[in-house]
Design a protein around this ligand. Structure first.
Ligand SMILES: NC(=O)c1ccc[n+]([C@@H]2O[C@H](COP(=O)([O-])OP(=O)(O)OC[C@H]3O[C@@H](n4cnc5c(N)ncnc54)[C@H](OP(=O)(O)O)[C@@H]3O)[C@@H](O)[C@H]2O)c1
Length: 245
């Protein structure tokens, strides 16, 4: 473990966030795990010894208070929703604002809140969970645009903080087996169809390992961005999407 010892992880009740809490605890760090489902947080605390905060990341007052008390030197902005993953049409209009609030506004606000302490201490690490959907053109105008915002947020923040000792890492996963698609697809038939593609998905622990790789790098090394794909998934190039396909 390097000098970074206290981590806040948002979206810790399942998937990538839950595995990241475990990996950080295993590395000897203190962790504050944040999520809405209190029962899952309590089970995680029993299993790992993490501190927990049952809260919505949009609740700025609660998050600000917790940050002041916990004084983190690592922030993993992981909480996110996949609203609009299959396209903008036919989706619940209320989900548009929700996706922007959870995927974009909340991580920016939480980052702003941790920076003061990190600046004063002269070190810190912000890890933002983006997506391949924020880097490449997929059928996800809403979700992709929220993750594209996280991409340029990460790039600009790294620039703003250069020389401060605070590092910024963006992790861009491809398909990960988690609760994400169950919530995002919202429809058993669509989920089953996706599963039939036969892709051997990434596991949440694979992304946690990438996060720990960036955090455990020596202090003069900033792992700026990691794009992680399943071996069976490729992005880019030209694959014609024709009517009726
Ligand atoms: N799975 C993939 O293929 C994939 C690919 C690329 C990027 N990502 C990104 O990876 C991140 C983690 O997703 P995952 O795959 O691990 O999915 P997941 O299993 O669905 O986990 C999402 C987590 O976010 C939390 N969350 C959602 N809204 C929240 C809110 N308003 N306040 C607090 N916590 C909230 C959920 O907890 P509660 O519901 O308990 O609050 C849950 O712990 C997301 O940012 C996602 O966009 C996922």
């Amino acid at each position: 473990m390097n000098e970074l010892k206290r981590a806040i992880v948002t979206g810790a009740t399942s998937g990538i966030g839950q595995s990241t809490v475990q990996a950080l605890i295993d590395s000897g760090r203190q962790v504050l795990a944040v999520g809405r489902r209190a029962d899952r947080l309590e089970a995680l605390a029993d299993k790992t010894g993490t501190s927990i905060l049952a809260a919505d990341v949009r609740d700025k007052e609660v998050l600000d208070g917790a940050i002041e008390d916990f004084s983190p030197d690592i922030l993993v902005n992981n909480a996110g929703v996949g609203h609009g993953i299959d396209g903008l049409e036919d989706m619940d209009p209320a989900h548009i604002q929700e996706a922007i609030d959870i995927n974009v506004t909340a991580p920016i606000q939480i980052t702003a809140a941790v920076l003061k302490g990190m600046r004063a201490r002269g070190n810190g690490h912000i890890v933002n969970i983006g997506s391949i959907a924020g880097l490449h053109t997929l059928v996800s105008a809403l979700y992709g645009s929220t993750k594209a915002a996280i991409h340029l947020f990460s790039q600009n923040l790294r620039f703003e903080l250069a020389g401060s000792g605070i590092r910024v890492t963006e992790i861009c996963p491809g398909r990960v087996a988690s609760g994400f698609y169950t919530a995002a697809k919202g429809d058993r038939e669509k989920l089953d169809k996706m599963k039939q593609s036969g892709i051997r998905e990434l596991q949440p622990e694979d992304i946690a390992a990438s996060i720990l790789f960036a955090i455990d790098a020596p202090s003069h090394v900033n792992v700026a961005m990691i794009e992680v794909l399943p071996t069976d998934q490729a992005i880019g190039g030209v694959k014609l999407h024709t009517i009726g396909e």
